[in-house]
Design a protein around this ligand. Structure first.
Ligand code: AHM
Ligand code: MG
Length: 344
């Protein structure tokens, strides 16, 4: 019987309490943090659902630090997460795709032991066309006990994350979470307003016949990525000896969610369009939390050469190439990079 069908439904709160009892790795501040983020995601889900009726579609008329045009929902979601998290005493500071620099918890509130990073609304290009979008978050521990906090305190490798998760706003609203002991999924019950545990110890199949990549960039890829995709496209008659299917939602949350549900490999590699940048996606609030979740589900995540969770960020908004999902495919892509002398 799936967890959702048990007579006593398991709420997010109960799951966190029981995890703490069993493993002792969710202290009160971390539990509060996760519950506050989950609550903020409910607020964002309501705004997403209102769409044109809530005047939340379209652009906000501003740009973020990466020079991308901000959508109204990018800005709204960022504000919701900041306001929900700054007063509880569980955080020292926050960082976001939509803010140039870190947001330190104001002095009027107690300072907590954690730092939160997020992409408040991932898949922004899908907002106005009513396709799944999401929120991605990563939790780090504050190192040291001094009151002050600076951007450098955030520059920890992803393997030091205390928790990570994402929420998909799709046909269902689903929260996916890891605190380092497997991956759990919660579905929002809109009638009761509660998050109900609907999958536990999620595992990504090691093999797959499905890949996700933006094929329109094919001519810009490096040889190892081109080789991998060419071999998939050659299908049964090619070196892989099997036919592949392709999916690309253009919302990382939705693509990763599909991979967690039925396997697959996701690639956003380096490409020649912006040759001086390692990739499009951001390391600290997109790649790291997704890599933590994927590894906790038995999958693998690299930048084509190195494990993503081992990378030491040089700056807050650092970009990275991403290959993640079913273990055997990620191993293969990573091997192709090694065979061509580490070409990106
Ligand atoms: P965003 O955080 O501004 O929405 O950008 C990240 C998104 C990812 O969710 C997705 O995988 C990728 O950008 C899609 O990029 P493209 O439009 O180049 O296919
Ligand atoms: Mg994003």
């Amino acid at each position: 019987m799936s967890p959702a069908n048990r007579t006593a439904r398991i709420s997010l709160t109960r799951y966190l309490v029981e995890q703490q009892r069993e493993h002792g790795h969710i202290p009160a501040q971390l539990r509060l943090l996760i519950e506050v983020v989950a609550r903020a995601c409910k607020t964002i889900a309501i705004a997403v659902n209102k769409g044109a009726l809530g005047d939340v579609l379209g652009t906000a008329g501003s740009e973020n630090v990466q020079g991308e045009v901000q959508k109204k929902l990018d800005v709204i979601s960022n504000e919701v997460l900041i306001e929900a998290n700054e007063w509880g005493g569980h955080l020292a500071a926050m960082a976001s795709e939509e803010m140039d620099s870190i947001h330190v918890v104001p002095n009027r509130y107690p300072q907590g032991e954690y730092m939160l990073l997020f992409d408040p609304l991932d898949g922004s290009s899908n907002i106005d066309v009513n396709v799944s979008i999401g929120t991605i978050f990563s939790v780090l521990r504050k190192i040291g006990h001094a009151r002050g906090i600076a951007e450098e305190d955030f520059l920890q490798p992803g393997k030091q994350q205390a928790a990570a998760g994402y929420c998909v706003y799709g046909p269902q609203t689903t929260l996916v979470l890891t605190v380092g002991s497997g991956v759990a999924m919660f579905t929002l019950d809109r009638e009761t307003g509660s998050w109900v545990l609907t999958a536990e110890q999620v595992q990504i199949p090691e093999d797959t016949r499905e890949f996700a990549i933006n094929m329109s960039n094919l001519r810009h890829w490096a040889p190892p990525v081109r080789r991998y995709i060419d071999e998939c496209l050659a299908g049964r008659e090619g070196p892989r000896g099997k036919d592949f299917n392709m999916r690309w939602v253009a919302s990382m949350v939705a693509d990763v969610h599909r991979i967690l549900t039925r396997g697959g490999v996701f690639l956003y590699p380096w490409d020649k369009r912006e040759a001086d940048k390692p990739g499009k996606l951001r390391l600290m609030y997109e790649a790291n939390p997704m890599a933590f979740i994927v590894e906790q589900a038995g999958g693998m995540a690299t930048d084509g050469q190195r494990r993503i969770l081992d990378l030491v960020p040089g700056k807050l908004h650092e970009r990275v190439a991403v290959v993640l999902g079913s273990r055997h495919e990620v191993e293969r892509v990573t091997r192709y990079h090694a065979e061509t002398g580490g070409a990106a």
